[in-house]
Design a protein around this ligand. Structure first.
Ligand code: ADP
Ligand code: MG
Length: 505
């Protein structure tokens, strides 16, 4: 007897259909799974057999062959336990009397027949949303994710027995907790928590408005981490589309918080500097999204940037440029989205106290240069704003109410609107992306501002590349003030945001 059960697998963050074919044949009793299974699927044999017996059903004494089709896709995980068990029970016709056709079944089994949650249910539901199916039988614990997707019938089950009942047309009811499945979109941090540091807050507002990446330079304890953590609070709210994209990444990584179906807060990821390039970018034998993808639509914070290995820093170039990560596999490639704002921090020098009002810096100018050189080049080229976060002085221990997260977010929103309008015929949409040959068209500068620029160039011997960057930043500063022409103040502020271009004393 042959039965075919529909199921699904993941490739990247996308789901694909898989057919689980189960044949019960004559011959010596055996149980084989074919179709490029990995070790998890081999282990599945043990679980399926135990789960069937422990649910009180007979395990057929037959030659059992399970084929997962198509054979080409590499299938991972224990997703297929439940469909395999259902396929076996359906072939033997004792427990399952109705046709399994039209059902899509996913779930891991425990030895006692309980159905355990799996990764990627959100992507699976999105895939089957428009398909003609009877319904999806999924682990009960994945229900919250499934509920996010409208237009797909979902039957959550807690165990194998209940899954059989549903196929037989019997009712299975669980007492359902009434709860909010969308994550609360309010942040429990605010820029008002950070005292002083007005220049840094301004820089952050400019960075978020114009889509500029940012690095904070300051001694330990100055508040760099404090500031970085609050950046997601002034990014515009995630659209539903963005929220679904980010949630899918967490869903396939198995990182969705329990009971949450949809993430609403923009992610903030701060991997430690000992992270490997695979963990940062994604990949591995069982490919997983990396930190750059977990930060999708949010912030990737690299604290102590010069401490990261050169290889890791190099690997960031492509996602920063393309906003996606592509991972090559033997016969396919996987793409993960990775559109994040890069926020970094560093000490001004190896000892951390260069320019500190009280503490003495013990580094030689050469050591400082060497330290800064570590992050120069292609990566630093993608970080427009470099702002100093100095140690707080006692007099600065006050908070400027104008720099609350809600006020900053309002101004950011306006500045983004101006840019959308300005670039509506272009392929880019923020000031940070204005190509060099269009700078003159979009960034008109008044005479006084030109004088300041000339002066700064002579004094600091800036390069032409720095010139472009200064103008782009000044463009955003003027937008925040709702002015079309860039003035001297905008330029002066922009120069303050190029800390690393200034010579080391
Ligand atoms: N500007 C500030 N306002 C309020 N608290 C601050 C400020 N700067 C530092 N702190 C306090 O000092 C601690 C260390 O700050 P942190 O952001 O970790 O410093 P950094 O990352 O620059 O080393 C914070 O947890 C906070 O309690
Ligand atoms: Mg810190």
């Amino acid at each position: 007897m042959l039965s075919v059960v529909n199921s699904a697998t993941l490739e990247g963050i996308d789901a694909y259909e898989v057919k689980v074919e189960v044949d019960l044949g004559r011959g010596l009793p055996s149980f084989n799974i074919v179709g490029l299974p990995d070790t998890a699927i081999k282990e599945s044999r043990e679980r399926v057999e135990a789960a069937i017996r422990n649910s009180g059903f007979d395990f057929p004494v037959k030659r059992i062959t399970v084929n997962l089709a198509p054979a080409g896709i590499k299938k991972e995980g224990a997703i297929f336990d439940l469909p395999i068990a259902i396929g076996i029970l359906s072939s033997s016709k004792k427990v399952i009397k109705k046709d399994v056709k039209g059902w899509v079944i996913l779930g891991e089994l425990s030895l006692n027949g309980e159905v355990r949650p799996i990764k990627g249910i959100l992507s699976v539901c999105l895939y089957f949303r428009k398909k003609r199916i009877k319904g999806l039988i999924i682990p009960y614990e994945n229900l919250f994710e499934a509920k996010v997707v409208e237009g797909v019938k979902v039957y959550p089950v807690k165990n194998l027995i209940d899954a059989c009942k549903i196929i037989n047309g019997e009712k299975v009811e669980y007492e359902e907790e009434e709860r909010e499945i969308f994550e609360d979109e309010n942040y429990d941090v605010d820029f008002l928590d950070v005292k002083g540091q007005i220049l840094a807050k301004k820089a952050i507002e400019v960075a978020v408005s114009g889509g500029h990446n940012i690095i904070f330079i300051g001694p330990p304890g100055a508040g760099k981490t404090l500031l970085a953590r609050r950046i997601p609070t002034i990014l515009p709210e995630m659209t539903l589309e963005e929220a679904i994209q980010t949630t899918r990444i967490y869903s396939v990584s198995g990182l969705l918080p329990k009971g949450i179906g949809l993430l609403r807060k923009r992610p903030f990821r701060s991997p430690h500097h000992t992270i490997s390039d695979v963990a940062l970018i994604g990949g591995g034998t069982h490919p997983k999204p990396g930190e750059v993808s977990l930060a999708h639509n949010g912030v990737l914070f690299l604290d102590e940037l010069p401490e990261f290995s050169r290889k890791v820093l190099e690997s960031l170039r492509i996602p920063l440029e393309d906003r996606v990560v592509t991972i090559s596999r033997v016969n396919s490639t996987i793409t993960y989205p990775a559109n994040f704002m890069l926020v970094a921090s560093m000490n001004p020098c190896p000892c951390g106290f260069l320019g500190h009002p009280e503490k003495e810096c013990t580094c030689t100018p050469n050591q400082v240069l060497k330290y800064r050189k570590k992050i120069s080049g292609p990566l630093l080229d993608r970080i427009d704003i470099q702002v100093e976060v100095p140690a707080l002085k006692y007099e600065e221990l006050s908070v400027d109410e104008n720099y609350s997260s809600s006020k900053m977010r309002e101004r950011v929103k306006k500045a983004r609107q101006i840019q959308l309008e300005r670039f509506k015929k272009e392929k880019f949409f923020t000031n940070s992306m204005i190509p060099t040959n269009k700078i003159e068209r979009y960034c008109k500068i008044d005479e006084k501002a030109k004088k300041i620029l000339e002066f700064a160039f002579k004094k600091f011997s800036f390069s032409l590349r720095v010139y472009d960057r200064l103008i782009r930043i000044a463009r955003t500063i003027a937008d925040l003030d709702e002015r079309e022409i860039i003035n001297e103040e905008d330029i002066a502020t922009a120069i303050q945001f190029r800390f690393l271009d200034k010579p080391v004393i």
